[in-house]
Design a protein around this ligand. Structure first.
Ligand SMILES: [Zn+2]
Length: 133
């Protein structure tokens, strides 16, 4: 199967979009092999199709996405809770740090996967375009 975005040959059975492959933290080419060797460490190669992932570097992009998403969700939630429920201040100190840290830890891998999938799809790299394989 040929990827319509990049024109590269891809293994059969990989019809999901690059976005979904990235959000699922899977290889941007086959969508089957895991993208990460550990929590946020990108694997050197895809264990399924062998795609070289060692040159992938998403930089600070995933953190920016996470900051924006959490800011859009958490800040209005904080304000809503304060206005509607008027809880004691300790409730805010107990709830919101956990929500922010937990949300950041949960969102970082899929956002990093998304960035890497988009970089693969557009053949982008830090120094310009990169050839895979
Ligand atoms: Zn793969």
């Amino acid at each position: 199967m040929t990827d319509p975005g990049s024109g590269r040959e891809e293994p059969a059975g990989t019809s999901s979009s690059a976005v979904m492959k990235g959000l699922r933290c899977r290889c941007p080419r086959c969508g089957i092999g895991p993208l990460f060797g550990s929590y946020l460490t990108v694997a050197d190669r895809c264990s399924h199709c062998g795609l070289d992932l060692s040159k992938q570097d998403s930089g600070d992009g995933p953190a920016i996405f996470v900051i924006f998403i959490l800011g859009i969700v958490i800040v209005p939630a904080m304000l809503l809770v304060e206005v509607k429920l008027e809880p004691p201040i300790w409730v805010h100190f107990a709830v919101w740090p956990v929500a922010v840290i937990g949300g950041a830890l949960a969102l970082l891998p899929p956002m990093k996967g998304l960035m890497i999938a988009m970089q693969y799809k557009t053949e982008a790299s830090e120094g310009g375009r990169v050839d895979y394989d």
